[in-house]
Design a protein. Structure first.
Length: 442
């Protein structure tokens, strides 16, 4: 199939283009997850040939500094020796058994030790599966149907969660996807992130019939938006008052922003703060398909085979994935890991902010642990609507300029970025210099 022309209409013979054409013939959009298609930023996705440390090489052999890291899992960088060794050993013992293993217990023990709000947990294979199961469990445990989520937060693609805000205050949502019947989302209430008055009104209207409130505590699906402490405190108070389960979706923030996740950060400002359930993914699998949901014993024991809430999975607790996850958790638990990672990430956001400001570019950024976000806005946004006021053509120009210079950011202005322990000070300097060149010449 002849390669398509690239943006400057010259014949683009890059192998990425050839592969993209081949992929699009057989896989919808040429990708197995939509955001990878570069639809938001335009251009040709880079097909990864291999990755090591902070880098990957595309199908043309070009090296990129990788600030996606598989959308969060690769907190140690690609191919960490201890993780590779653990996976190599595990595969020689077998790929999958469909039967319990000691390593699932070891991983559960590690997670429970690091996340005190989790007394029991169930391992699954994706964040979507974990979020979907947590919602079902919340509904089963409370006997209630309604759920509350927030605009701009993404919790995977389970039907009940593919919802956009309805028109007006505290109304129930409309599907964001074809194929989701309105009756499936009729119980999902979508509120504005960080809007305390709206939250209070929603609870006054629906608190007694709501099973759970699910939230990304630092919303990485709005690039990087923190829930304010007063807002999070109010979420906890209202959930407690109305018997609603507070579900923390830490698929992205778990073990990424801190060893104890975002909940450990809120617990520093809100004495005794704990969610009732936590959804985990990404980092706990170290790059292999593994996620989890956990919470209090009383809630988790409602799950089959103990209780009436059904949930299952052929590859749940997969022995190779648990080996990968366990090796990852052991590395990130080492003293000083997050202090060093946080400083490295902050050096990136501070450097980018400095060169943008020097060039007179409207720019702001924020970071926590190994997760960061930046905005072509004059101040950090507090909700989705503000994030989406960003000048997307300007973002796209920045994205492609950096891509051309071998710096790989998320191909969408509403996605977060990630720094690994493999990123060096030199990598950060190279990145900041590339941004400075773009800002100077924009
Ligand atoms: P997965 O089903 O993709 O493993 O996890 C769903 C999910 C749940 N909760 C949060 C907070 C998430 O960020 C995600 C998935 N994140 C996206 C990136 N924003 C994964 C990338 C993709 O969809 O390809």
């Amino acid at each position: 199939m002849a390669p398509s022309t690239n943006s400057d209409t010259s014949l683009d013979t890059s192998r990425n283009t050839v592969l993209f054409e081949r992929a699009r013939a057989l896989i919808p959009g040429g990708v197995n997850s939509p955001v990878r298609a570069f639809k938001a930023v335009g251009g040709t996705p880079r097909f990864v040939q291999r990755a090591q440390g902070a880098y990957f090489w595309d199908a043309d052999g070009k090296r990129y500094i990788d600030y996606i890291g598989s959308w969060g899992p690769m907190i140690l960088g690609h191919g960490h020796p201890a993780v590779v060794e653990a996976v190599q050993k595990a595969v020689l013992e077998g790929f999958s058994y469909g039967a319990p293993t000691e390593r699932e217990i070891e991983l559960a023990e590690e997670i429970v030790k690091l996340v005190p709000s989790i007394e029991m947990l169930r391992l699954v294979s994706s964040g979507t599966e974990a979020g979907m199961s947590a919602i079902r469990l919340a509904r089963g445990a409370t006997g209630r149907s309604k759920i509350i989520k927030f605009e701009g937060c993404y919790h995977g693609h389970a039907d009940a969660l593919l919802v956009k805000a309805g028109s007006g205050l505290a109304t129930f949502g409309n599907p964001t996807s074809a194929g989701v019947p309105p009756e499936v989302v009729q119980h999902t209430l979508v509120l504005e992130y960080n809007h305390i008055a709206q939250l209070e009104e929603a609870f006054s209207l629906h608190g007694s019939s709501t099973a759970c409130l699910i939230i990304e505590p630092i919303a990485g699906n709005m690039n990087f938006v923190r829930a304010s402490v007063p807002f999070m405190k109010r979420c906890r108070e209202l959930c407690t008052q109305h018997g609603v389960l507070l579900v923390f979706d830490e698929v992205m923030t778990g073990f990424r922003v801190a060893l104890g996740g975002a909940q450990s950060i809120y617990a520093k400002s809100i004495p005794g703060f704990k969610p009732d359930m936590t959804v985990l993914g990404k980092v706990i699998g170290g790059g292999m398909p593994l996620a989890a949901f956990g919470g209090t014993r009383a809630v988790m024991e409602q799950l089959a085979p103990l209780g009436p809430v059904y949930q299952a999975g052929t590859l749940s607790g997969n022995p190779v994935a648990t080996a990968c996850g366990l090796a990852t958790l052991r590395e990130i638990s080492k003293p000083g890991f997050y202090e060093a990672l946080g400083q490295r990430t902050r050096s990136l956001t501070d450097g980018l902010t400095q060169v943008a400001t020097q060039a007179g570019v409207t720019f702001c950024a924020d970071s926590e642990g190994g997760m960061f976000g930046f905005f072509l806005l004059d101040k950090l946004p507090q909700n989705y609507a503000t994030v989406m006021t960003t000048d997307s053509p300007a973002f796209n120009r920045f994205f492609h300029a950096m891509l051309d210079k071998g710096v790989y950011y998320a191909p969408a202005l509403y996605e977060a970025g990630f720094v690994s322990s493999a990123h060096t000070a030199a990598d950060i300097e190279t990145t900041v210099d590339a941004a400075a060149q773009f800002f100077a010449g924009r």
